[in-house]
Design a protein. Sequence first.
Length: 303
Amino acid sequence: MFGILNLNKPAGWTSRDVVNRVSRIVGRKVKCGHAGTLDPLATGVLLVCIGKATKLVPYIHEFPKSYDGGFLFGKKSETDDLEGTLESVPIPADLTEETIQNLLPEFLGEIEQVPPVYSAVWVKGERAYDLARRGETVELSARKVNIDRLELSQFDNQSMTLSMTCGTGTYVRSLGRDIARRAGTEAVMSSLTRTSIGPFTLEDSISVDELDQERIQQKLQSPLILFERFPKYTANAEEIQLIRHGREVSIRSQGFSGNAGAGAHGGADAEKVIVIDEQGQLVAITENRKLLLAPQMVFPSPE
């Protein structure tokens, strides 16, 4: 079994819980892993990679992610969401929708953001949330993240909902917190839905409750969806055998499709070329080295 499953994670489940459910259905001998953690509070798109597709998680992380995040004004917690101990703070009487709208441009593009103390950021070899749970003081440095789209989709004087598209490493909790602080108050995240990861959308996801062996087989997506922007090379049987044994193969010009041969210069900047078989199945990720395709990651033949 080899592919990517687009699931709608339910609230109250950890991402690991979802992977465990899939693993029980497909069998413990089949490797499974998720691409992009969602907190138990959150719902929405959670990608579970099955079989050797687990090697492709770094490519999934390159895609932008979209979220709808709900926030309560006048509240703060050590977790920056409802999971922590809530403390009430004043809400300015003049806080309006226009106030928030005027602040949003400050948070677009490349910004600096301090992650929540209760986060998976590594600190001296440990996760920040593990240190925080032991009562240790955790000081996290600001780091750069990218916010490509940021919209206020709901507002009243007690709450707001932000819709956004952002790069990997962005903490939605921190974004709502920081916007509220700029408005003169605090806010905690009350809900979070991930609506997309690159080409994987919430509309196309399936419920965890629907999962069984047949449903997984039906909905398992080819990893090729991750590589639409890459040039493709259709290899013949002899070339596939060489590639699967780690051997380089010479490029035949008629084998190319897409951005054919654009990176034939090789060297450190050699572009990646996706090798497929004549049935359109993923064979390997290769590097174009002066018209030789060098295997970087090889995948099994379909069962």
